[in-house]
Design a protein around this ligand. Structure first.
Ligand code: PAF
Length: 281
């Protein structure tokens, strides 16, 4: 079932035959791949009803070209979802319906969570994400919402949003889905050839090497080796490589015992912006 408006969705979820049922929610921007489908499958396993939103959110794109080139194919997405379960409720609103008067992002303060990496390189991105996710939460009113760890900084922002706004939504982090070479699945990978996808797994190989060396190399050595691996490759333009505290997302200055750290990468490759991350300890 495809639902196009917030009113229609509320009308569908509210009647007595649906009250008391748990609602799982998977927000997406469409161009669905196995990574999304694994989130939807988990939501189906854990809830009575599952809503998947498909909405390419204009306010989170800091680059108009990226928005214009973002792959969109609602029909293909719906048939992929139906192949998982005919019961999945697809919510595909128009921007005017979701945002009402003005299609713009609110300003949020997430402190250190948005100061580095994606926050630093994509001005306004997390304001757009937090704005649309708030609007979607309001429309769907889910019990649980599923977010992939591929966008780890986004996941931490949404956990904080829910906490700050006292929402009774449980945020479920889901592991990164990868292809056989380790490349993190992403809608943007559609723009790469098979050979380029093989090369693009460099991001994962560098993260894996950092993980292996984490216990016995200094942060300086780890950062230097990762950057070196990219400077040797002319097809890649490394935007950032960072090792950060997994809770605060501030770049690590030294390693404190009892804390969790993650490595993060963003790189441009044949016109596609790739991101990935991996836990280090
Ligand atoms: O991760 C995404 O696809 C988007 O950022 C989200 C959460 C659907 C908000 O537009």
């Amino acid at each position: 079932m495809i639902i196009r408006t917030k009113d229609e969705l509320k009308g569908f979820l509210c009647p007595s035959n649906n009250t008391g049922k748990t609602v799982g929610f998977v927000p997406t921007m469409g161009a669905l791949h196995q990574g999304h489908l694994s989130l939807v499958q988990q939501a189906l396993n854990e809830n009575d009803l599952v809503v998947v939103s498909i909405f390419v959110n204009p306010t989170q794109f800091n680059n108009p070209e990226d928005l214009q080139r973002y792959p969109q194919n609602l029909e293909a997405d719906v048939s992929l979802l139906k192949s998982l379960s005919p019961e999945v409720i697809v919510f595909a609103p128009a921007a005017k319906d979701l945002y009402q008067e003005t299609i713009s992002a609110k300003a949020y303060d997430f402190g250190s969570l948005t100061q580095f990496m994606e926050g630093q390189h994509r001005a306004g991105h997390f304001d757009g994400v937090a704005t649309v996710v708030s609007l979607l939460f309001d429309a769907v009113n889910p019990d649980c919402a599923y977010f992939g760890e591929k966008d780890f900084q986004q996941l931490r922002v949404i956990q904080t949003l829910v906490q700050d706004q006292n929402l009774s939504i449980s945020i479920v982090p889901c592991p990164i889905a990868r292809n056989a070479d380790g490349l993190a699945l992403s809608s943007r990978n559609e723009r790469l050839t098979e050979a380029q996808k093989k090369q693009a797994s460099l991001l994962y190989r560098v993260l894996e090497q950092t993980q292996k060396s984490f216990a016995h190399q200094s942060l300086e050595q780890l950062r230097k080796s990762a950057k070196q691996a990219f400077s040797d490759q002319i097809d890649f333009d490394l935007e950032y490589f960072e090792i950060a505290d997994a809770q605060t997302l501030t770049p690590a200055i030294n390693i404190a015992s009892g804390k969790k750290y993650r490595a993060f990468i963003a790189a441009h490759f044949h016109g596609v912006r790739l991101i990935d991350n991996l836990e280090l300890n």
